[in-house]
Ligand binder design. Structure first.
Ligand code: SF4
Ligand code: SF4
Length: 236
């Protein structure tokens, strides 16, 4: 069957990138469902995986760039396989529609939650068990059905953890825990975060990468999940 063949072809591509997380979800919630049945979403870990103690803004920017490079390489291979099998697909743009709404045409975060790759942390970004929030996301809309992941509907952030909220120099995070019904505006003042990062453009020619609320997250550090880490610290 053609569908199994394409699923296995895509799986073969990801076999060469064992560090990358990926999954599929139906997109019936999205306006794109008129044209595509599924989305493939994948998360490329930033390289290196910075902890708070190693953090510099330029280092964080570099780790994002490295992930972006690998992500583009994977996208090219996925496109090649889908074209070869004559399967209709589209790669939604990562860029936000404009600086007012600050929303992408197709939310990679939301599709990743639907595919079960992670949940949205108090820092308003996707948090994965393996890498915490230190991942770059991409997605491909595909007009074919796949085996879908289990949607995450609630935060797995430890109840008392507010590390990301406390570290934000502009107090842009509200501290509220996410669930599937949460609105972005309930978690973050995204206009404030964007404005502060944009102040950097004049001097440096790009927005500030500001990864403070990500590198501080205990998830993903040294291969330990946050609950494991907390238990180990308690035992010391
Ligand atoms: S990216 Fe920086 S400014 Fe924005 S919420 Fe995180 S710590 Fe605050
Ligand atoms: S620092 Fe704590 S609250 Fe923030 S995203 Fe990570 S686990 Fe969640």
């Amino acid at each position: 069957m053609v569908i199994n063949m394409i699923a296995s072809k895509l799986q073969q591509i990801f076999a060469d990138y064992s560090e990358v997380l990926y999954g599929y979800t139906d997109i019936s919630y999205s306006p794109f469902a008129k044209e595509y049945q599924s989305a493939l979403v994948f998360a490329v870990p930033y390289e290196p995986q910075l902890a708070f103690d190693d953090y510099t803004e330029q280092g964080f920017e570099d780790s994002i760039r490295n992930a972006r490079r690998e992500l583009e390489e994977i996208l090219r291979k996925l496109e090649g396989a889908l074209t070869e099998e004559a399967i209709k697909y589209d790669i939604p743009p990562v860029a936000q529609r404009n600086e007012e709404e600050l929303e992408a045409v197709f939310s990679f975060k939301y599709v990743a939650v639907n595919a079960g790759l992670g949940w949205i942390g108090r820092n308003d970004v996707l948090v994965t068990e393996r890498y915490g929030p230190r991942v770059r996301l991409s997605a491909v809309l595909i007009d074919a059905p796949f085996v879908y992941g289990s949607k995450m509907t609630e935060s797995r952030c430890p109840e008392g953890c507010t590390k990301c909220v406390d570290i934000c120099p502009h107090k842009a995070l509200t501290g509220r825990a996410w669930d599937i019904h949460s609105l972005r505006s309930e978690l973050i003042d995204y206009h404030l975060c964007n404005r502060k990062r944009s102040d950097y453009i004049e001097r440096h020619g790009r927005k500030n990468a500001c990864g403070l609320c990500m590198v501080v997250c205990p998830y993903g550090m040294e291969g330990l999940s946050a609950p494991q880490k907390a238990a180990e610290e308690e035992a010391e």
